[in-house]
Design a protein around this ligand. Structure first.
Ligand code: ATP
Ligand code: MG
Length: 558
């Protein structure tokens, strides 16, 4: 045990504490800026936990801002799902729900301001023509022949672009910076492009749209964001971010970059996840195999487990790939504390207890959660016929030292019940064992055992009379390949064909009859499960969240 040690600050926390101490900011203001072009995934969770978490920690504010400047790909379905996911994570943007599109008028005024300062111009070169003069990182570019246009001409052309006089791609507005800068993003980057596409919020009001670089930083500034946190790929955009703020003389938001989250056996790219949905490799964005927040929620992951995982990963400035087993470990750790235990037998094998009277029933008591006494106990009916798992019986088992479970003439304890001894079994024509016969020892009732007997094996069981059927969806990893950033072929070639198996044989303890959608439970010795939205009265559907076996803890010597 390490005891209570104050965790050291990550580099962003150090930066913030420095800014607060020096009086640069009285309080901090962050934002989470999703583009509504897909559902959020586990990578976004890192950004959410960082932005909202820092605001919480330093008693500042975090805005939700939709970065909605690409009308072709964006949709209100995505806006709604993003809000739902952030709320589920337990964060609140209060009344601060903003959209870059709310700022289109202001951004247009900013463009005019730049033109008037001689810092922006309308360019007629096509994309290809500009690329041809742009140069390379080691070779300076040439200036566009339209770079010298007068302020008046530029103002008029921008006005005409806005009024719809030109076709897509015919003209763009560029910042006038430096065609020989070693940073390609400073070589007269595009600020506005023409897109005759209606927008999910502004409708037909605009046919020119600001680029990411012109919308994102300026939106930060409009919202007085003190710390604009983004992933490392935007580091090269930072000089442009600062140039625009400086030339426009607006609130000096500061951009700081951190490493994105990459996970083994997982893709975290909205574009690829969209492909899986559109090509029906999964049932939808919220398929429990998907690394989307809505997928892992449906699978049974909890907000606390995701937050714990993100904290374990930490914040750094170096890209890497995180073992998905660490996420799975965090889920087990949380569910172990929270879930009630039940018996759920996935591959049932009937046992007839021959010395138990036909009509006799006893009520036994099961402990709901050994990790949490307040979870209480439950009643279980015990009778002459029960089910155990097929995997708990062998016709010809190894020595009792190696095999604690059932075999001919072997004894085991049925948890919360009695010790039984296997006295015989039936087989069908295919040689499968169909029924076991056993005798129980009346002196061995759990909690009241006077027999002095010691057996090593304890099995789960379900009453044959009262057990209920259910559909159990057993999930495995969606991909078979560990590092999906490191492949040359189509990522879909790496899908795991066995990522879903459906079990309709299972028999569950009677107490689960009243389970409701969203409930999280543990089937003893089997795994954690969540009751799925597809459940109907009388037909419960359980998603296996995760098995009990923890490879992460094992690899750490736990
Ligand atoms: P994708 O690559 O999946 O399309 P994106 O970066 O385009 O993601 P945005 O909606 O623009 O998606 O992201 C919103 C915020 O989440 C951004 O600040 C982005 O940097 C951050 N983010 C996205 N993916 C990750 C990730 N894997 N790890 C950490 N932060 C991420
Ligand atoms: Mg993006």
């Amino acid at each position: 045990m390490e005891g209570e040690r104050k965790p050291s600050l990550n580099f962003i926390e150090q930066l913030i504490e420095g800014d607060l101490k020096s009086g640069k900011h009285k309080s901090i203001h962050t934002r989470f800026p999703p583009e509504p072009n897909g559902y959020l995934h586990i990578g976004h969770a890192k950004s959410i936990v960082l932005n909202f978490g820092l605001a919480e920690k330093y008693k500042g504010k975090c805005n939700l801002r939709f970065d909605d400047t690409n009308p072709e790909k964006e949709d209100t379905e995505y806006v709604d799902s993003i809000k739902r996911d952030i709320q589920w994570m337990g964060y609140d943007w209060e009344e601060r729900e903003f959209y870059a599109s709310d700022y289109f008028d202001t951004l247009y005024d900013y463009a005019i301001r730049l033109i008037k300062k001689g810092k922006a111009y309308v360019d007629d070169l096509s994309q290809e023509e500009f690329n041809a003069i742009k140069g390379t990182p080691t070779e300076p570019g040439k200036e566009s022949p339209f770079r010298g246009r007068s302020v008046e001409e530029n103002l008029q052309l921008l006005e005409e672009m806005k009024a719809g006089k030109y076709k897509n791609g015919e003209k763009v507005l560029r910042a006038k910076i430096d065609m020989s800068s070693p940073n390609m993003h400073m070589r007269d980057p595009i600020l506005y492009r023409i897109k005759h596409t209606p927008h999910h919020r502004t409708g037909d009001a605009w046919c020119i749209y600001p680029t990411y670089d012109f919308a994102h930083g300026q939106s930060d500034s409009i919202e007085n964001i003190t710390h604009s946190l983004c992933t490392l790929e935007f580091e090269v955009h930072r000089p442009l971010y600062e140039w625009l703020i400086q030339e426009l003389e607006i609130f000096p938001s500061k951009q700081t970059e951190f490493a994105r989250l990459n996970l083994s056996y997982t893709v975290v790219s909205k574009r690829k996840l969209l492909e899986l949905v559109q090509e029906k490799h999964v049932a939808g964005w919220d398929d429990p195999r998907m690394p989307t927040i809505s997928g892992i929620r449906r699978r049974g992951f909890t907000p606390e487990s995701i937050k714990n995982f993100i904290h374990k990963v930490g914040v750094a400035r170096r890209d890497g790939i995180t073992d998905v087993a660490l996420l799975e470990h965090a889920v087990r750790e949380d569910l172990n504390k929270k879930t009630n235990r039940f018996f759920g037998i996935l591959n049932p094998l009937k046992v007839v207890i021959t010395n138990w009277p036909e009509d006799k029933e006893e009520i036994l008591t099961g402990v709901n959660n050994p990790e949490d006494e307040s979870a209480g106990t439950r009643e279980m009916k015990f009778g002459r016929e029960i089910y155990i798992d097929r995997g708990d019986f062998l016709e010809d088992p190894p020595s009792p030292k190696k095999w604690y479970r059932l075999g001919p003439d072997r004894e085991v304890r049925l948890k919360y019940a009695y010790i039984i001894k296997c006295t015989g079994y039936d087989k069908n024509d295919q040689g499968e064992v169909t029924t076991l016969y056993a005798e129980y020892d009346p002196e061995t009732r759990s909690g009241q055992d006077t027999s002095g007997k010691k057996v090593k094996g304890t099995l789960g069981w379900v009453s044959a009379k009262y057990g209920i059927g259910a559909e159990i969806r057993l999930y495995d990893r969606l991909f078979q390949t560990e590092n999906l950033n490191d492949i040359d072929d189509d990522f879909k070639n790496h899908l795991n064909p066995d990522s879903l198996a459906i079990n309709r044989e299972a028999i569950l303890e009677e107490a689960l009859k009243s389970a409701k959608v969203g409930d999280l439970v543990q089937f003893e010795r089997v795994g954690y499960f969540r009751v799925d939205e597809d459940s109907t009265p009388g037909n419960l559907v359980f998603n296996r969240t995760i098995t009990l076996r923890d490879n992460w803890a094992k690899s750490q010597g736990g």
